[in-house]
Design a protein around this ligand. Structure first.
Ligand SMILES: [Fe+2]
Length: 254
């Protein structure tokens, strides 16, 4: 895994970079098989009362997903990007985060523009495609550099661009407009996206209905967001209590 200083600079200035998938084909094949084997069960579970379905799914796959995020190369990369000597995982998920099956998703328009954080929130997200997907499959779109800008400034830009569509009677709250600086992303399993979700992002609508699943997890510096304990408990029951202290700490399960 070779991450150059210019790639690090790109992360800080633009909010993202790509690198080759750090895991070998055998591991990713096993992971994909596990996801596919559990797909039907996941789809047939009623998640309407549980906003953390994708997080639960991450922990349901258990050892393999835990080991991906605990990979020392990625942990040290996150520490380097964040300028700290310790990180933990504060959020994670497996599946399709833009699926209309989740409340608040605008199925016919894609997932609206938003930032999961702000310029003050330091985080590094790793995102690996399970299914290759782009614009026609509800692909990710991001606004490079927007992680450095005040939230209300970016929001106002998007509101004005949205109003320029002439489709609204009032100030819109769900923003799907095209931004002149947006970067549409084709997520390909060969390339891993390393980015800050403080960068404004959304998705295009999934026009052809193909699967557009990913696995992702976010590293945070000490004091940053903590893992959803209820999701771990839901997925694993009390089995997590047998984890080592180091693993409990890394996943915020003290
Ligand atoms: Fe998001």
């Amino acid at each position: 895994m070779n991450v150059t200083d210019t790639m690090v600079d790109h992360f800080h200035q633009q909010g993202f970079f790509f690198m080759p998938c750090p895991f070998d084909a055998k591991i990713m094949k096993r992971f994909r098989e596990l996801v596919n084997e559990t797909e039907e069960q996941f789809q047939n579970t009623d998640w309407s009362e549980n906003k953390s379905a994708l997080t639960c799914r991450f922990f349901m796959l258990s050892e393999i997903t835990l080991e991906l995020a605990e990979d020392v190369r990625l942990v040290s990369l996150a520490e380097r990007l964040l300028g700290v000597d310790q990180v933990h995982v504060g959020t994670c998920g497996v599946g399709d985060g833009a699926s209309p099956m989740f409340p608040g998703r605008d199925g016919d328009k894609g997932l609206y523009w938003h930032a999961d954080g702000s310029p003050d929130i330091k985080q590094v997200s790793i995102r690996i495609a399970i299914d290759r997907h782009g614009i026609d499959e509800g692909g990710l779109r991001i606004l490079p550099g927007s992680h450095l800008l005040p939230l209300d400034r970016v929001k106002e830009e998007l509101v004005q661009l949205e109003l320029a569509s002439g489709e609204h009677d009032a100030i819109p709250t769900r923003l799907h407009c095209t931004h002149p600086n947006e970067t549409p992303i084709v997520m390909d399993p060969r390339w891993t996206l390393v980015w800050s979700p403080s960068c404004w992002h959304g998705t295009t609508p999934n026009l052809n209905g193909k699967q557009r699943r990913t696995i992702c997890w976010n590293y945070f510096p000490p004091g940053g967001r903590a893992t959803c304990k209820q999701s771990v408990q839901y997925a694993l029951g009390d089995a997590w209590q047998d984890w080592s202290d180091a693993r409990k700490g890394f996943w915020g399960m003290h």
